[in-house]
Design a binder for this molecule. Structure first.
Ligand SMILES: CCCCn1c(-c2ccccc2C)cn2c3c(=O)[nH]c(=O)n(C)c3nc12
Length: 342
């Protein structure tokens, strides 16, 4: 494309007959003897997430910190292919704000995906653990990194579909990186030339409603413009230090309120220019939303002229009582609901 800094598009691993072919092509095979698992630091859909060490090729006495996703033993071939699809996608990307893939272990068990180690973990938990502790300029710097990573992915014609603070990782230097490429997707250009996504194998058609654009919820139109909507929600999460978007509202109430034009209020102490950026990302009409390229430029300007961050959005009243709120005895524990009504 004109002005694109990347020369190629990402290739959906599902275009390969043999998914193992895609992994071989985009991910380096690492011998398990080069890996030392030190601790379990989380859990995922397919197994554990661990911290560990990787012997550096050529100088075995030198080791680097890595994060490791393991596939639980006894998984089906389909689970194995879905698990490794993420590595086939990540291995195609090279950007300071996209998590770096060191390689994979596929010739011994457990099967593993190895990445760089991000000392401060997931952005949402990191912010909740450091409520109020950062300067606005630091928060905006984090947002600039996320936007830059998303600009790169959109230039590669990769639609993420699950951008949320929980899927962004933070390193010791507070650099934020996009870190979740699990759901595979196919991009097909539609008549109007916009890229839309047809679901090749969306796990049971589940979507994270409160982070997802209305057109993607309503008729599965996932594009970089719907990723921009999600980015707006991430901006709100960051400026709120990890507050849950729409608090304890149900997913149905979120959908109804957005449809009626309701939008999240400005977080406490949020600069007016940053709140305006959120509102721009939450335009109902997706073609009216800014592109990631212009979002990066806007954030760069705000960082270069910190005075533009001094005016605080007039703080909204406490979260409005949700008109639809009916005390719910239990709350669905996950952000993922099926397309069918809960
Ligand atoms: C939102 C990502 C969840 C899985 N994951 C990954 C990761 C992400 C994708 C593929 C493979 C891996 C190991 C790195 N890290 C890290 C990390 O580097 N440092 C951490 O503290 N945590 C909690 C991580 N959690 C992960």
């Amino acid at each position: 494309q004109v002005g694109s800094t990347t020369s190629r598009s990402y290739i959906d691993p599902h275009t390969y007959e043999d998914p193992n072919q895609a992994v071989k092509e985009f991910a380096r095979e690492i011998d398990a003897s080069y890996i030392t698992i030190e601790a379990i630091i989380g859990g995922g859909e397919f197994g554990d997430v661990c911290r560990g060490k990787l012997k550096v090729l050529g100088s075995p006495s030198v080791e680097v910190d890595v994060a490791i996703k393991t596939l639980k033993p006894g998984s089906s071939d389909k689970a194995r292919n879905d698990f490794l699809t993420e590595a086939s996608i990540m291995g195609q990307f090279e950007h300071p704000n996209v998590i770096f893939l060191q390689g994979v272990v596929t010739r011994s068990n457990p099967v593993m995906i190895i990445t760089e180690y991000m000392e401060n973990g997931s952005l949402d938990t990191f912010l909740r653990a450091n409520d109020g502790k950062f300067q606005v300029l630091q928060l905006v710097g984090m947002l600039r990194g996320i936007a830059s990573g998303m600009q790169y992915l959109s230039e590669m014609n990769y639609v993420h579909r699950d951008l949320a603070a929980r899927n962004v990782l933070v390193n010791a230097q507070l650099v934020c990186k996009i870190a979740d490429f699990g759901l595979s997707r196919e991009i097909e250009s539609t008549t109007e030339g916009a890229y839309t996504t047809r679901f090749s194998n969306f796990q049971g058609g589940k979507i994270p409603v409160r982070w997802t654009a209305p057109e993607a919820i309503a008729f599965r139109k996932f594009t970089s413009a719907s990723d921009v909507w999600s980015f707006g929600i991430v901006v709100w999460e960051v400026m709120s230090y990890g507050e849950r978007p729409y608090w304890n509202w149900s997913n149905q109430d979120v959908i109804k309120s957005i449809e009626k034009g309701y939008r999240l209020p400005a977080p406490m102490d949020c600069p007016e220019t940053i709140y305006q950026l959120m509102l721009d990302c939450w335009q109902k009409e997706r073609t009216h939303r800014p592109m990631f390229l212009s979002i990066v430029k806007t954030l760069d300007k705000l960082i270069r002229c910190p005075d533009t961050l001094r005016r605080i959005a007039q703080n909204s009243r406490p979260p409005p009582v949700n008109p639809y709120y009916v005390p719910v005895v239990f709350k669905c524990g996950s952000d993922w609901v099926s397309f069918h009504h809960e």
